[in-house]
Design a protein around this ligand. Structure first.
Ligand code: CA
Length: 230
């Protein structure tokens, strides 16, 4: 199951896309113009974004480049109206991963979506290193200086969310959506507790965090000094 943001202003197409993708077991969210698409794209945690080119308020290319500038790395498939080379180039230039030309068959779009989701799965690092920590997500293990550290599945999931969106400030709501599940009733306080516990496991000095940084009034950000990354 993937969380898919669909940015499309044609109600009929939106309806059929949502119907089909939901039937495939995906969770879809609609956005009906470019501004809304950009806002949801930045705020939410998505596995994939379907982005129409011709949109009210802001076109798809501008939305796409703005998302990339905001460090959103989610795969983006553009829905272009014509098979024009210039449009394709623009789409890829603005940071899109693929494009599908309208009118497209449901089967073709499904195949493209599967390909993007498979790719992003593969690219997702399964072993991450920072400081003296090593996290192996396949084995569900955290090691520090080579020594195993006990970590709960929920802490691991939260750490995974931070690592995959490092450098971005994530609000408590975004963390709940991504690490617990959308709509799950978890309080902000519970998020803080998990962050506190994670810090004790990964930070050299938990009271002066170097990786898991609190951003006042906004949430948390995972900072990774590129030089310590391997
Ligand atoms: Ca359109």
């Amino acid at each position: 199951m993937a969380r898919i943001l669909i940015v499309e202003d044609e109600p009929d197409l939106m309806l059929s896309l949502e119907e089909d993708l939901r039937r495939q077991g995906h969770d879809t969210t609609p956005a009906v113009d470019g501004e809304q698409g950009l806002q949801l794209g930045k705020e939410g945690t998505w596995d994939l974004i379907l982005l129409d080119v011709m949109l009210p308020k802001m076109d798809g290319f501008d939305v796409c480049s703005a998302l990339r500038r905001a460090n959103v790395v989610t795969p983006i498939i553009m829905l272009t109206a014509r098979a024009q080379e210039t449009e394709k180039e623009l789409g890829l230039d603005s940071g899109a991963d693929d494009y599908v030309t309208k009118p497209f068959s449901v089967r073709e779009l499904r195949a493209r979506i599967r390909a993007q989701l498979r790719r992003s799965d593969r690219e997702r690092e399964r072993v991450c290193r920072f400081g003296d920590c090593e996290v192996d997500f396949n084995r569900a293990e955290l090691r520090r200086g080579g020594e195993p550290v006990a970590i709960t599945p929920q802490e691991l999931r939260l750490l995974e969310v931070f690592l995959h969106q490092r450098g971005r400030v994530l609000s408590r709501d975004q963390l709940i959506d991504a690490a617990w599940g959308r709509g799950v009733a978890i309080t902000d306080r519970a998020v803080d507790t998990h962050v506190f516990n994670l810090r004790r496991k990964i930070e050299p000095v938990p009271s002066e965090p170097r990786f898991l940084i609190g951003v006042r009034g906004l949430g948390y950000r995972f900072d990774l000094d590129e030089s310590t990354e391997s």
